[in-house]
Design a protein around this ligand. Structure first.
Ligand SMILES: CC(C)(COP(=O)(O)OP(=O)(O)OC[C@H]1O[C@@H](n2cnc3c(N)ncnc32)[C@H](O)[C@@H]1OP(=O)(O)O)[C@@H](O)C(=O)NCCC(=O)NCCS
Length: 168
C-alpha cells in the first residue's frame, strides 16, 4: 500500500521482501549509532518489519514505511510516523533513516516533508515531534529543515534526548 509520494521518493508499507535491504541498513553501526538499541540482527529486523507491516499496531495510519527511490526502485531506507507517550502525553514522531551511501542528498528532508504534509493534511495531526539523541546533529538539522524547533530535553532510558516539535 502506497502511503505517499514526493518528487524522488515513494513511501509504502513494508513487505517481507524488504527484509534483506532493511537488515543490511540495521546491521550498519554508523547508521544505528544514535538509535536507542544500536544495530539489529536479521531476526530483530524481521520482528520490527512484521510489527509495522500493516501500519503501527496501535494506529494503522502510523508506522515505519519503506522509502523507495521512484526512478530506480531502490530501497533507500525507512521513514514514517511513530506514536509515543512522553511524560504522560501522547505524541507522534516523524522518524527517518536513510541508506548511508545516500546521505547528504536531501532525501531524509524530502521524505520528512512529505510525511509532515501527510500527517497535517491527510491525517489531521496538528502536532509532530522528533525525538533525537544528544549528538545526532544530522537528525536535528533535518528536524529544523522541516520546520521544527528545539523544545526541551528529554531523559530517555537509552540516554538524554532533544525533543524538536512543530504545530500546524
Ligand atoms: C539523519 C539522517 C536521516 C539524515 O539523512 P540525509 O538524507 O543525509 O538528510 P538530508 O540530506 O536531508 O539533510 C541532512 C542535513 O544534516 C546536515 N548534517 C549532516 N551531518 C551533519 C553533522 N554531523 N552535523 C551537522 N549537520 C549535519 C547536512 O549538511 C544537511 O543539512 P543542510 O542541507 O543544511 O546542509 C541520516 O543521517 C540517517 O539515516 N542517520 C541514521 C538514522 C538516524 O539517526 N535517524 C534519526 C533518528 S532521530
Amino acid at each position: 500500500m502506497i502511503v505517499l509520494q514526493t518528487p524522488r521518493l515513494l513511501l509504502r508499507r513494508l513487505l517481507p521482501g524488504d527484509l534483506d535491504a532493511l537488515a543490511a541498513l540495521y546491521a550498519d553501526e554508523a547508521t544505528r549509532r544514535h538509535l536507542p538499541c544500536g544495530t539489529l540482527t536479521r531476526a530483530q529486523t524481521q520482528e520490527e518489519l512484521e510489527w509495522h507491516r500493516h501500519g503501527h499496531p496501535d494506529d494503522p495510519r502510523l508506522g515505519l514505511w519503506a522509502t523507495v527511490e521512484r526512478s530506480s526502485g531502490a530501497f533507500l531506507g525507512r521513514c514514517g510516523l511513530l506514536p509515543w507517550t512522553l511524560d504522560g502525553v501522547d505524541e507522534i514522531e516523524v522518524a527517518y533513516l536513510i541508506d548511508r551511501s545516500r546521505w547528504g542528498q536531501g532525501l531524509a528532508t524530502e521524505a520528512a516533508l512529505g510525511i509532515v504534509d501527510h500527517a497535517h493534511h491527510t491525517l489531521g495531526i496538528d502536532r509532530l515531534i522528533a525525538l533525537i539523541k544528544h549528538g545526532n546533529a544530522a537528525s536535528a538539522r533535518v528536524a529544523e529543515k522541516i520546520g521544527m524547533h528545539h523544545e526541551r530535553d528529554y531523559r530517555h532510558a537509552a540516554g538524554p534526548c532533544w525533543i524538536y516539535a512543530r504545530t500546524r
